[in-house]
Design a protein around this ligand. Structure first.
Ligand code: SF4
Length: 261
């Protein structure tokens, strides 16, 4: 796996940042200015029924602070200025609640991109669905999940957090996201922050590009943080939508496993 910035594939749209990497911290600010407005957040779909987790109501937001090669989001990630509409937390919560009620679901989530852009908006949605007796699954890349956000999340008993690791180590993370390798450690730190704050959580990891020894190494890393993380590791495989296949091909990456949705 290439580990240096010069090896970053051109198909990573490094819109901003320092050196040849894009910097997710800068992207957070830049994308945040587009998708957040006075407590409202941009969404491109509000809301849908989904089969994941045995049935979950899902609102799809716009904008992310990473640029994973295997991402299926498309325009809501890359053309965020042109896609979606702004909604307040109450509107989002109401759409999730009514979709969950219609389909008899007990779970809701925000998906499509990165839900932690717009922290207060997210916390308000979680609070509103908690009042309706629904559980919230927070799927996140964890880059913004510092101790302060983990503590703020810990007051909600209806919450479970799934931190999606982009690869199995810093080098793989950099190859798959085009962001500096050090940010992989932020993902691990997010899990630590959740654990010390008493928030229910588990790690998922994109393992489609990882040989068995790298997956084993990740297991050992998680074990050192907490045995439960290793036990609960969810293996994520790439969904081979046509644009994803094209992007991977351009980057010279072939998944070891994946499936066609
Ligand atoms: S973190 Fe998720 S939404 Fe963001 S680019 Fe990666 S796969 Fe896409």
């Amino acid at each position: 796996m290439p580990e240096t910035p010069k090896d970053r594939p051109e198909s990573h749209p490094a819109k901003t940042g320092s050196g040849e990497w894009y910097d997710p911290a800068v992207l957070t600010e830049d994308i945040g200015r587009i998708v957040l407005n006075n407590g409202q957040r941009k969404y491109y779909r509000l809301a849908r029924a989904g089969r994941w987790y045995g049935g979950i109501a899902t609102a799809d937001c716009c904008g992310c602070n990473l640029r994973c090669l295997f991402c299926w989001s498309g325009k809501p990630r890359d053309n965020v200025e042109d896609v979606g509409n702004f909604y307040g937390a109450f509107e989002v919560a109401q759409a999730l609640i009514s979709t969950a009620e219609k389909h008899g679901y007990g779970l809701v989530r925000i998906s499509g991109n990165e839900p932690t852009l717009g922290r207060n908006h997210l916390l308000q949605v979680i609070h509103a669905v908690e009042a309706a007796g629904l559980a919230f699954i927070l799927e996140t890349n964890g880059l913004l999940l510092d101790l302060s956000l983990a503590k703020a999340l810990s007051v909600h008993s209806n919450l479970h957090v799934r931190v999606s690791l982009k690869g199995t180590d810093p080098a793989e993370f950099a190859r798959l996201t085009g962001a500096p390798p050090k940010y992989f450690n932020k993902q691990l730190k997010a899990l630590e922050n959740l654990l010390v704050s008493g928030v229910s959580c588990h790690p998922a990891a994109m393992i489609s590009f990882s040989p068995p020894e790298k997956i084993q190494h990740l297991r050992e890393t998680l074990q050192m943080i907490h045995p439960d993380l290793e036990r609960d590791l969810e293996k994520e495989t790439v969904l081979l939508y046509p644009p994803v296949v094209e992007r991977l091909k351009e980057a010279g990456l072939s998944p070891l496993e994946g499936y066609y949705p």
